[in-house]
Design a protein. Structure first.
Length: 264
């Protein structure tokens, strides 16, 4: 009887160890012991990347359900419920073979190619974040994206745990690069260095206003519309950084404004 009891105790001990030393040491996910630092809340900068070797099969199955992977994230947008994942998965492999870092600006999605960069907006408070999708999930019917802890924290999701969000794929990396340079480099300098780009001129005031607003929304840069000789001149600026100005000018010319020029 004592031998049987000893064997039963040993089996229970072995079973407990096998659970605790599996892929995930925690049975349930949990919040980390510290909040993200200021540097961990900075948006990741989107850039062109090849699809990863891992996690990009055209179809895969989870719990008996088949999911399809998009060939491209071009023009992708989706609205739905976001959740987040943290301590349980921290330090473990993501679907594309990287290591999950709950303090990085990353996310999991069921269908987007890996990696994909997304702008995620919390529709309740208009807070937004840019993340890099490198994992698969969440495999709950009513959820469209799993965010890293830092991304969820920045969106103000920690009290509710979930949020209604709109996610939009970022595929125009030239525009993103311009925005980044403008943010980093457009600091007050000598007035002689404050330059503008004239996009185009028109006699149609409504067209000028609509174009200026569209450019502001696209590039997140200030526009002005001075009027001279009966023409409304749509201009962007001031731009203090020469490299940012040239990058923006090239982008404008490729985007339907071939006559755009720098105002020295």
């Amino acid at each position: 009887m004592k031998i049987q009891l000893l064997m039963m105790t040993l089996l229970v001990s072995i079973s407990a160890c096998s659970v605790n030393t599996g892929r995930y040491q925690q049975h349930k996910d949990s919040m980390p012991s510290r909040a993200p630092t200021a540097s961990e809340l900075i948006n990741i900068t989107p850039r062109a990347e090849p699809h990863s070797r891992g996690g990009n099969k055209s179809q895969y199955q989870v719990r008996g359900k088949t999911y399809s992977v998009l060939k491209s994230a071009e023009n992708f947008s989706q609205t739905g419920i976001a959740s987040w994942y943290g301590e349980k998965f921290h330090g473990h492999l993501t679907s594309n073979g990287e290591i999950y870092n709950m303090y990085a600006m990353s996310a999991a999605h069921k269908n987007l190619p890996l990696p994909t960069y997304l702008k995620v907006t919390n529709n309740a408070n208009s807070q937004s974040v840019i993340v890099r999708v490198n994992d698969r999930g969440p495999f709950h019917q009513n959820r469209i994206i799993d965010l890293s802890y830092s991304a969820a924290y920045k969106l103000g999701m920690m009290k509710t745990g979930v949020a209604n969000v709109t996610i939009t794929a970022i595929t125009d990396f030239a525009v993103t690069e311009i925005k980044q340079k403008m943010t980093e480099n457009n600091l007050p300098t000598d007035s002689e260095q404050r330059k503008y780009i004239q996009v185009f001129a028109t006699k149609n005031e409504v067209l000028a206003n609509k174009t200026a607003q569209a450019l502001e929304n696209l590039y997140q840069i200030n526009t002005i519309i001075p009027m001279n000789d009966g023409l409304f001149r749509v201009q962007i600026g001031p731009i203090n950084d020469e490299e940012a100005l040239n990058t923006l000018l090239t982008s404008l010319k490729k985007s339907g404004y071939p006559k755009a020029f720098s105002l020295k």
